[in-house]
Design a protein around this ligand. Structure first.
Ligand code: HEC
Length: 167
């Protein structure tokens, strides 16, 4: 373990997460609904560590700074923070432990509505590798992240960004 660099990077990520409900700057944000005014407090480095510790290997060792950078691809369609709007894709707050296809007020494909599983790191990993291989009729038009390390980093970031601090 790289103890001190990890702590430093967790502190940096805590700072970065403070602004995590803002949509990434993308050229086509015109239709983005207004974000709720109150941004949630950023998790502390200890809370980030506790959050990551709820994940199995290799996700618990994911690089959440890199994951945040990779998540900008997802952020074209998804918000992660509590109370964030649905966009092209559903808001992902609370996705770990949430039954597939059940975000409020989002119109899912029939395939995802019928999926029946509950999202955990392994399911999300398979999903973001190639969503169409999992559900051929999915509305998630995303080619997939082919690099397992990048997926683990995104999943680590996603856990922290979509969970109550320290959960
Ligand atoms: C082009 C838009 C787009 C991009 C990019 C995208 N998604 Fe999605 N995502 C969607 C849509 C649309 C759905 C709903 C799919 C359906 O109903 O079949 C979805 C569904 C999901 C779900 C299931 C949600 C639920 O409530 O069951 C997860 C998890 C998810 N996406 C994660 C990601 C991650 C992580 C990334 C980046 C690696 C990503 N998505 C990139 C549009 C997108």
């Amino acid at each position: 373990m790289r103890a001190s660099p990890t702590l430093l990077s967790l502190a940096a990520v805590a700072a970065v997460l403070a602004g995590c409900s803002k949509p990434a700057s993308a050229p086509d944000q015109a239709a983005t609904p207004t974000e709720p005014a109150s941004a949630p407090a950023a998790p502390t480095p200890d809370q980030i560590k506790a959050s990551l510790a709820t994940l199995p290997a290799p996700y618990n060792a994911g690089d959440i700074e890199n994951g945040k950078r990779r998540f900008t691809q997802c952020a074209a369609c998804h918000t992660a923070g509590e109370g964030g709007p649905n966009m092209t894709g559903p808001n992902l707050y609370g996705i770990f432990g949430r039954k597939a296809g059940t975000a409020a007020n989002f119109s899912y494909s029939d395939g995802l509505k019928a999926a029946g599983w509950t999202w955990d790191a392994a399911h999300i990993d398979t999903w973001i590798t190639d969503p169409r291989a999992v559900i051929p009729g999915t509305r998630m038009s995303f080619a997939g992240l082919k690099d397992p390390k990048e997926r683990a980093d995104v999943i680590a970031y996603l856990k922290v960004a979509t969970s109550a601090p320290g959960k």
